[in-house]
Design a protein around this ligand. Structure first.
Ligand code: PGA
Length: 291
C-alpha cells in the first residue's frame, strides 16, 4: 500500500469537505440524474426455502414494487444455497427484481473448501455481489482479499457492492473519513475501471437501531465521491452509486431519499419480511415513479 498516496487523498478529501461545509462546493454534488438508484436486501444467514417462498409470493405481487424494480435496481442477496430458489421464482413470476450474492472467492476454481467462485454465481445469473461487509471483515477478511474479490468480480462482469464504514471508536474519535478513505484506497488498488457500487455502512449502525444523522451520512457520501474523484476522475465519481446501510427502516428510507448524495440503501433486518422491505423499497424509490 502506498501510504503517501493514501495520506494525499485523505488530505484532499478533508480539505474538500471543509470547503463544502463552508458553502463552497468543489464538485456538482447535486448531480445525481445519471446514477442508478438501488435498494438491496442483505438477508445474511437468514430465511430458509419456506421463508423465501412466503417472502417472494408477497413481495412480487406488489405492482408498485415491480414498477420500482423496472425503473431502478431492487436486488435480493440470499444465502448461497437459495440462489437457485430465488432466481427460479423471480423468473416464474416475470419479476424485474435482481439477484445478488453475499460473497465470492477470487480464484476461478480449486481446493477452497466452503468457498464459491464467480463463475458459480454466474450460473445463477447473479448480477451483484456484496464484498467487504463489516461482518466478514470482523471474521478476518482483509483489505488484500477484498481487493482480489473486487478484481475477480469485475473481470467476470458481476457488479460488486463494496462496503466501507467506520467502527464506533473511530466515529467517536472523528476519524470516519480517514478510515473510509483508507478502506477505499486499499480495496481499489490497481483497479483501473471501478464499475461498482459502494455502500457506506457505519459498523456501529448495523443491526443496532442507531443511525448517523442525515448530515453525517451526506458528509461521508460526499467524502467517498471526492475520494473517487481523486483516485480516478470526476466522471467516475459522479457515475458511481453510493448506498447507505445500517438500521434502515421505511422511516429512514423516506428521509434518505431526499438526499441527492444517497443513491440507494443496503438493508439487513428490515429486508427479512416482505411487508417491511416493500415499505422500504417504495419509500426510497417511489419518487419519480408517478409517471
Ligand atoms: P441492518 O443491516 O439493516 O440490519 O442494520 C445492514 C447490513 O448489514 O447490510
Amino acid at each position: 500500500m502506498n501510504s503517501a498516496i493514501e495520506s494525499y487523498i485523505r488530505e484532499v478529501v478533508q480539505q474538500a469537505i471543509t470547503e463544502y461545509l463552508q458553502g463552497h462546493p468543489t464538485m456538482s454534488h447535486s448531480v445525481s440524474g445519471g446514477r442508478q438508484k438501488y435498494v438491496v436486501a442483505n438477508w445474511k444467514m437468514n430465511l430458509n426455502s419456506t421463508d423465501i417462498h412466503t417472502f417472494l409470493e408477497k413481495f412480487n405481487t406488489s405492482v408498485a414494487v415491480q414498477k420500482a424494480a423496472e425503473q431502478h435496481r431492487v436486488v435480493l442477496c440470499p444465502a448461497f444455497p437459495y440462489l437457485h430458489t430465488v432466481k427460479s421464482m423471480l423468473n416464474t413470476q416475470g419479476s424485474s427484481v435482481r439477484l445478488g450474492a453475499q460473497n465470492v472467492h477470487w480464484l476461478d476454481s480449486g481446493a477452497q473448501t466452503g468457498e464459491v467462485s464467480a463463475d458459480m454465481l454466474l450460473n445463477f445469473d447473479c448480477e451483484y455481489v456484496i464484498v467487504g461487509h463489516s461482518e466478514r471483515r470482523q471474521q478476518g477478511e482483509c483489505c488484500c482479499q477484498i481487493n482480489k474479490k473486487l478484481k475477480q468480480s469485475l473481470a467476470k462482469g458481476i457488479t460488486p457492492i463494496l462496503c466501507v464504514g467506520e467502527s464506533l471508536e473511530d466515529y467517536e474519535a472523528n476519524r470516519s473519513i480517514q478510515v473510509i478513505t483508507k478502506q477505499l484506497v486499499e480495496a481499489l488498488k490497481e483497479i483501473a475501471s471501478p464499475k461498482l457500487v459502494i455502500a457506506y455502512e457505519p459498523v456501529w449502525a448495523i443491526g443496532t437501531g442507531k443511525t448517523p444523522s442525515l448530515k453525517e451520512i451526506e458528509r461521508i457520501h460526499i467524502a467517498i465521491r471526492l475520494a473517487l474523484a481523486e483516485l480516478y476522475n470526476t466522471e467516475i465519481a459522479e457515475q458511481t452509486s453510493i448506498l447507505y446501510g445500517g438500521s434502515v427502516k421505511a422511516e429512514q428510507a423516506k428521509e434518505l431519499q431526499q438526499i441527492a448524495e444517497v443513491d440507494g440503501l443496503l438493508v439487513g433486518g428490515a429486508s427479512l419480511k416482505a411487508e417491511s422491505f416493500t415499505e422500504v423499497v417504495l419509500s426510497f424509490l417511489a419518487k419519480g415513479m408517478e409517471g
